[in-house]
Design a protein around this ligand. Structure first.
Ligand SMILES: C[S@@+](CC[C@H](N)C(=O)[O-])C[C@H]1O[C@@H](n2cnc3c(N)ncnc32)[C@H](O)[C@@H]1O
Length: 203
């Protein structure tokens, strides 16, 4: 597949190309997603919102831990696929998948205990608005994990800059702090090209 086509599919998967890219992402992004979920220490009392869940590499991990899950993505195909795959959990009220944008999350204030987003910050129009929305959606004491490849590394990957906005760790942590979060230093296991920043909302 041509690189621009792949980049567009990564930013908003649709059709057969989107299906293929979602399968590829579930494999290629497995490690950063597992690392991000582990940072959140999710359990049965949690209500977790994941924004930009794509092919859903975390969804089974979250429901297996007993959490209830709200998945929000701007791609109608990802929402339809997850709703079909998790039909039983949706019927039980343990999962719900909704079309939406990080800058205007379709969920009530303080309705979640944990939040997660991996490989999406490149597509946010405003980091400040996105973090502001996560802050609004989380309860006091809530946690947000954000996984991303930082600008320095992303520059070596040849992604088209009109589709991918590269982000530095300082920009991401700064926007989280502006929204009101306390952002821990970025973490990654040795040698990984990505980082995860854990953001806490005060009690
Ligand atoms: C590169 S994929 C990452 C998918 C998954 N998180 C992973 O790590 O494999 C980006 C996903 O985020 C969604 N997305 C991108 N920008 C978004 C936005 N502003 N609001 C909501 N979803 C967004 C896309 O539709 C796509 O499903």
């Amino acid at each position: 597949m041509p690189p621009r086509f792949v980049a567009r599919q990564l930013s908003n998967p649709s059709g057969i190309g989107g299906w293929l890219v979602r399968l590829g992402m579930n494999r290629g992004n497995a490690r950063v997603n597992a690392f991000a979920v582990d940072r959140l220490d999710v359990g049965p009392a949690d209500k977790v919102v994941e924004v930009g869940f794509g092919g859903g590499p975390n969804l089974r991990r979250l429901t297996d831990r007993g959490a209830s899950v709200i998945g929000i993505d701007r791609s109608p195909d990802t929402v339809a696929a997850a709703t079909k795959l998790f039909a039983a959990e949706c019927a039980q009220g343990r999962a719900r998948f909704v079309l939406g944008n990080v800058e205007d999350l379709p969920i009530a204030d303080g309705s979640c205990t944990k939040a997660l987003t991996v490989h999406t910050v490149y597509f946010w129009r405003s980091l400040e608005k996105g973090f502001g929305e996560f802050y609004r959606a989380l309860r006091p004491g809530g946690l947000l994990a954000v996984g991303f490849v930082p600008q320095e590394r992303m520059e070596t990957m040849g992604m088209p800059r009109d589709i991918f906005t590269m982000r530095t760790p300082e920009e991401v942590c700064g926007a989280a702090a502006t929204a009101g979060f306390t952002a821990d230093p970025c973490q990654s296991p040795g040698g990984a090209p990505w980082l995860v920043v854990l953001c806490r909302k005060g009690e």
